[in-house]
Design a binder for this molecule. Structure first.
Ligand code: SAM
Length: 228
């Protein structure tokens, strides 16, 4: 009988650790734990993700640049840029003449980003800091992006508020909303589509559009009004 209880205990412990460290990536242990885990895994990150160049261009870069088509040299801020996924794919586009700032709290993730973006020194810059507060004045960027990261921040609300602040009037925000069964295990943090859109609306954003993107993520586009 005690062996059965021990096995059950070990199973529970294993499931708890899996949830705490793998599914929710340390978010319930605090910001430092999340960043420390990304520092540890930065070298393996791109190998694990295996981004598909065609899918990135079709489903991320083109829709984003479509919103910026009237601006000759747009300024983009990518919050939680990681290994520089978004800057890298955007800067590959011959039609893109702007600049991209990538921000992340993990020094090792940014070190990988710096290697990838070395050929774009004058059009890409990287900043190591947390998503809150953002070290930029109000209305600084034409577009702000934050992919696959909001759910790992101490507060998605505080981070989104900062993004809305540094976005210029008329600018576009592209963020992701975690979806699927794992998303619902982010207890006290999960937002369904209506709740997420409502949050953005409450920050004064408009033209909010949620699109299914990957198994685990929706893309959410929103605009900052020109005349708030
Ligand atoms: C899943 S990765 C996503 C990276 C990139 N956006 C992508 O799509 O590949 C999450 C990133 O969020 C960063 N991060 C986590 N918490 C953060 C915080 N509070 N402030 C800034 N960056 C943070 C991590 O260091 C990591 O690089």
């Amino acid at each position: 009988m005690w062996i059965f209880a021990l096995l059950l205990g070990l199973l529970f412990l294993g499931a708890l650790l899996y949830w705490l460290l793998i599914i929710t990536e340390g978010v319930y242990l605090g910001r430092r734990a999340v960043v420390w885990m990304y520092d540890l895994t930065a070298r393996q990150y791109d190998g694990i993700k295996q981004y598909d160049v065609y899918a990135e261009e079709l489903f991320v870069v083109r829709p984003l640049l479509h919103h910026l088509r009237a601006i000759p040299a747009p300024r983009i801020l990518d919050v939680a840029t990681g290994t520089g996924r978004l800057p890298w794919f955007v800067l590959q586009q011959p039609t893109f003449q702007g600049r991209v700032t990538g921000l992340d709290a993990s020094a090792n993730m940014l070190a990988r980003a710096a290697e990838k973006l070395a050929g774009f020194t004058y059009r890409a810059n990287l900043v190591q800091t947390t998503a809150v507060p953002l070290p930029f004045p109000d209305n600084s960027f034409d577009a702000i992006t934050c992919l696959e990261s909001l759910e790992f921040f101490p507060s998605d609300t505080a981070a989104l508020r900062e993004m809305a602040r540094v976005l210029r009037p008329g600018g576009v925000l592209l963020v992701t909303r975690r979806r699927g069964w794992e998303a619902k295990t982010f207890f006290g943090r999960y937002r369904d589509v209506d709740q997420f859109e409502q949050l953005l609306r409450g920050m004064g954003l408009e033209d909010i559009e949620t699109k299914a993107w990957q198994v685990d993520y929706d893309q959410v586009f929103a605009m900052k009004p020109r005349n708030p």
